[in-house]
Design a binder for this molecule. Sequence first.
Ligand code: ZN
Length: 305
Amino acid sequence: MKKIITLASIVSLSLSATNQAVTVVLDFNDPTQATTERTNVFYDTMNTFNITQYGFTDTAANRLTITSSILEAVKADYIFDLGAATGNAALNGKRLNLDFVIGDAGLSPSNGDSEYYVIQIGVGEGGNGVAAFSSIRQADGSIGAYHGSSVGRDLNTGELVVYNDGDSVPNGAIVGSVYSNNLANILSSRDMGRLDRTTNVLAGVISHEVGHALSLDHLEFSQPTSTPNNRTAIMHTGASGLPNFERKYDREFSTSGVDENGNTVNNLQLLQNALGVVDIAPVPEPSSGLLLLSGIGMLTLSRRR
Ligand SMILES: [Zn+2]
């Protein structure tokens, strides 16, 4: 019996995730959510994420496909081998220390992380443009607001708060709103029902808002910008020249660009400063995991005999 327990604990150890510094919960608003979680965030009312605006039939299966695809795309924007992307051998096998899950505002994230913040995605009823944001990390990695006058909502008190630089943002706070109705207008009729275009438009803006929350400023589209795979930079914005059609394509964080204050910045380096890096956890080979599990089964069987 003792041997079984030892084997079982090895299995659970090898499958448990590394403790994350920060988890960002993507909350695709749905009709079952309490109205209090959906209203008056960022001076706007957030309503149900409506996939028919992207040309999809409103079914649970389509909703799952689309939200899962967006989650994977946002993860791909943030979680990758930094050494391979930047050519810096010191970062081989390292990635940014954060995680993303789908969840609901007001609930703890499914990965069990204790520090988490919420980005909500849905139909905005106000005139707020495509998104609004608050911030959770300063550029040096300390916890707290970076941009002056960021707004968010304290889920404990229900109050709308304005955060000044260095203010601490409560755990679980909604730190970003992405207005899916306004983003759908960027797509043309030919894009309707296309999972890739829908994913890129929404994931790009979600990653952009999370970037702000992690202290990044906008980049000037007219200035030279470098990215690992020559894609358009995530921190470009329509206000500084990003054409809307660029939002239909996969974007990535830049290694060099000029921000709205005229400073040359490396967004991937700033994200490392804000979050820190961790080793990319070795993913157990399915075959060896199965072998371990079948080993336990055999032990159990042999004891029954
Ligand atoms: Zn922005």
